[in-house]
Design a protein around this ligand. Structure first.
Ligand SMILES: Nc1ncnc2c1ncn2[C@@H]1O[C@H](COP(=O)(O)OP(=O)(O)OP(=O)(O)O)[C@@H](O)[C@H]1O
Ligand SMILES: [Mg+2]
Length: 190
């Protein structure tokens, strides 16, 4: 059995960056973003609610990881910019696996062995998202943030913060946030 450590929080709270940090240190991570529908599967234009995800496939994958019948599995490779699947990639099932996604607690919190919520005020959410889009050469759409992303945060993410066993202030320095997550991972298994 692998231990699933869930990291939830709004867009820009650092979920992917934190998981990447641990991934290069030997703790695999599964992002819910890999299970986004393609633009052909989701024609609504809204990418910030549970219907934008292939949830059944995500849950099946989590089961394969948790019950670890093999050392490796294939997971989808998703291109967020073009909203398409580009193939699959090999995923190594490590004893601890970080699972991250903005809708994680809304959907599968009961499957997680530990639940961490990254808290971030609205203005910093917006600024980090803007920077990320710009660094990817994508246009930051402030209206989409105000009318879709932030209301979706209030509807689908914030009410589930209470399921978290750990709430971390994600506006703090990255090193500090990472240290808190490391402490949680290293706590004795419950
Ligand atoms: N503690 C921090 N301090 C400053 N910048 C940070 C911190 N954590 C993350 N960032 C930066 O914020 C941006 C967004 O982080 P990241 O992409 O990891 O967020 P996310 O939670 O995965 O968002 P999304 O749900 O949209 O994928 C990145 O540019 C990252 O480098
Ligand atoms: Mg991310």
């Amino acid at each position: 059995m692998s231990r699933l450590i869930g990291i939830c929080g709004p867009s820009g709270s650092g979920k992917s960056t934190i998981c990447e940090y641990f991934s290069i240190r030997g703790i695999s991570h599964l992002s819910m973003d890999s299970f986004f529908k393609t633009k052909e599967q989701n024609k609504t234009g809204d990418w910030d609610n549970p219907n934008a995800l292939n949830l059944g496939e995500f849950i099946d994958t989590l089961g394969s990881i948790k019950y670890k019948k093999t050392d490796y599995i294939f997971i989808p490779e998703y291109d967020r910019k073009n909203k398409t699947r580009t193939g699959t990639k090999l995923f190594r099932i490590t004893p601890d696996v970080l699972v991250e996604g903005f809708l994680l607690f809304n959907t599968i919190y009961h499957s997680l062995d530990k639940k961490i919520f990254l808290d971030l005020p609205k203005e910093i959410q917006k600024e980090r998202r803007r920077k990320r889009y710009e660094s990817l050469g994508m246009e930051f759409d402030e209206n989409y943030f105000e009318n879709v992303v932030y209301p979706a945060f209030e509807q689908y993410i914030l009410p589930y913060k209470r399921y978290a066993e750990y709430v971390i202030d994600a506006s703090k320095d990255f090193d500090l946030v990472v240290k808190k997550v490391a402490d949680i991972i290293n706590e004795s298994k419950s």
